[in-house]
Design a binder for this molecule. Structure first.
Ligand code: KG4
Ligand code: ZN
Length: 409
């Protein structure tokens, strides 16, 4: 069924004798970089054996945002029971695990610490290799778990989440090349702040939803989807960077103007919030499309030959990839260039333990950085972290002018 089954099935001992054999190997993944405690077990064929996810959304919604020390307390209180539930769900004993993968970077340092300390302790006790995982890399590789044959290295990836927005060429675990990134806010962050300012959370159906999900749903209620227009960010900059702060500030201004005009009470929502959300989604889609289009054209330049003669495969991942309207536009753009496009299943677009475990599987199969694996104390957290290589300057120097593909609908 999976290409990786063959890879694993041949039996291969790496530098530290971790035997990836005909017998299945199981990797435990631990994710605590932000406000979700995710623990999962994935085997070397890409089958998910257990997936436990404890969200802190309900708590943080009450306070209007994540309070890092409180997020840390909640991770601490939940991590052991999440681990026990994960083992029970997989029907495995701890000794049967092959390796332990954990998010070490980037993320909220207090949250990362809980996962890394737990993973270190576990790895030492079980004498298993400990695999450090870059959170954004894990988002980027996740779609390969479900489409191993279709998504080979290298591929182009748009990462859009609550903390990041990046375009990268993915050559393998630890081998990502940055083409562009956000200069200010991330799109998910903008959605969350705008959703909060709109006060969507006071509508019962959106009470426990993140801003992006609520805005996506509200946009479907629009009766005049063209009522709001937003200026296009970075229109003069011919690179692959992003900016969402302008869209956010324009949103705040438009909401305030509407509230004044219709005298919205302090605990109310503007009457045409659906129209507003449709305009916002269109603006974000267009910006993501433009920068991704330039990235595709950059990769396709004859002198680059990043992907040989074939059009690059395009993957979108991160929490914002849950958005059907945005993803449909990205897939539409890709199709115009003959590129195939993929995103992970929705349950794996947002933060979860499966993507961390899967990154661990990819590391085991590629035998990367093996020397770190039993040196538990060398594995530590990093609040911010980039990628191995950057083509940002080359992208800017190329200054490619594109004939824009129009969004759908
Ligand atoms: O990847 P993720 O779970 O966490 C980070 O690594 O940041 O992404 C979370 C972000 C949130 O900001 C949320 O607003 C956004 O993903 N998001 C969405 C949708 N679902 C989640 N944005 C747009 N549309 C959605 N359906
Ligand atoms: Zn994430």
């Amino acid at each position: 069924m999976h290409a990786l089954r063959n890879l694993a099935g041949n039996g291969k001992a790496n530098a530290f004798g971790v035997w990836i054999s005909r017998r299945l190997s199981y990797v435990l993944g631990i994710e605590t970089s932000c406000d979700d405690t995710g623990i999962a077990i994935v085997d070397t064929t890409g089958r998910v054996r257990a997936n436990v996810l404890e969200s802190q959304q309900e708590f943080h919604t009450r306070y209007g945002g994540i309070i890092p020390p409180r997020a840390q307390d909640l991770h601490r209180a939940r991590i052991e029971s999440a681990y026990q539930r994960c083992l029970a769900e997989a029907q495995l004993k701890p000794e049967q695990l092959t390796a332990i993968a954990v998010t070490t970077r980037p993320g909220l340092p207090l949250s990362l610490l809980v996962g890394v300390r737990f993973a270190r302790h576990l790895a030492r006790r079980l004498q298993k290799p400990l695999l450090p995982v870059h959170h954004m890399e894990a988002h980027a590789l996740q779609a390969r778990m479900e489409h191993p044959q279709q998504i080979g290295f290298p591929f182009l990836c748009l990462l859009a989440s609550g903390g990041h927005c990046q375009l990268v060429v993915v050559n393998g675990p630890g081998r990502l090349t940055l083409l562009g990134q956000t200069l200010d806010d991330a799109p998910g962050e903008a959605f969350d702040k705008i959703g909060r300012r709109l006060r969507l959370h006071i509508l019962p159906e959106y009470r426990l939803w993140n801003g992006g999900r609520a805005i996506e749903h509200a946009a479907q209620l629009a009766s005049d989807p063209l009522a709001y227009e937003f200026p296009l960010p970075l229109a003069q900059q011919r690179n692959c960077n992003f900016s969402f702060a302008g869209i956010k500030n324009n949103s705040f201004r438009a909401i305030r103007a509407r509230e004044r005009a219709e005298r919205t009470p302090p605990d109310g929502v503007i009457s045409n919030y659906g129209d507003f959300c449709a305009g916002l989604l269109r603006a974000v889609s267009r910006h993501l499309m433009h920068r991704t289009q330039r990235a595709i054209e950059y990769c396709l330049q004859p002198q680059m030959r990043l992907f040989g003669d074939t059009p690059p495969t395009l993957v979108m991942s991160g929490g914002v990839a849950n958005n059907d309207a945005i993803y449909a536009n990205i897939a539409h753009l890709a199709a115009q260039y003959g590129c195939r496009s993929f995103r992970p299943s929705k349950r794996y677009c947002s933060d979860n333990g499966v993507m961390i475990a899967w990154h661990g599987v990819e590391q085991l199969l590629q035998d990367k950085e093996a020397s770190l694996r039993f040196d538990y104390d060398r594995i530590d957290i990093q609040g911010s972290a980039g990628f191995a290589e950057s083509h940002e300057e080359a992208v800017t120097a190329a200054a490619l002018k594109c004939k824009w593909i129009q969004p759908l609908g």
